[in-house]
Design a protein around this ligand. Structure first.
Ligand SMILES: [Zn+2]
Ligand SMILES: [Zn+2]
Length: 136
């Protein structure tokens, strides 16, 4: 049997728990206004995962979907509000995981900043990673 990654994560209230049976892609710090509002933070830390690898193991009924644009759904816990994944119609086989909800340690580091042109005026990007005005 081939070696397989297994990650697990949960929302703030713990009602919703998930597993990822596969790889986590490049971590991206997204400074777009929608991510900032969805999380109440300077930026969101997101990484792509395969839809087929993502399994909700508890509290599936809690995953509420908000259509934040014509092509994006943002999915969060209905009880505590934790952002979990987003789904884009142009990449239906991928989810974008909010990696702050992981409980498994992650060895990877962020790779880039996107929508840096939209960053909050009070925020300073203090690492040497590539910055893109919108997407890379
Ligand atoms: Zn919750
Ligand atoms: Zn964003």
């Amino acid at each position: 049997m081939s070696k397989q990654n297994l990650y697990s994560g949960s929302c703030l209230c713990g009602g919703l728990r998930y597993e990822i049976h596969g790889e986590i892609g490049d971590i991206v710090q997204c400074h777009c206004q929608k991510c900032r509002k969805a999380n109440g933070t300077a930026f969101a830390s997101n990484a792509p995962i395969r839809k087929a690898d993502f399994k909700i193991v508890q509290g599936e009924h809690l995953l509420k979907k908000f259509q934040s644009s014509a092509t994006t759904q943002r999915c969060f816990c209905a009880d505590c509000g934790s952002s979990i994944i987003s789904i884009k119609t142009e990449t239906p086989d991928l989810y974008r995981l909010r990696i702050g909800t992981l409980d498994t340690p992650l060895q990877q580091k962020p790779t880039q900043h996107i929508f840096a042109a939209s960053k909050a005026e009070w925020d300073s990007i203090c690492d040497g990673l590539p910055q893109y005005d919108e997407r890379a």
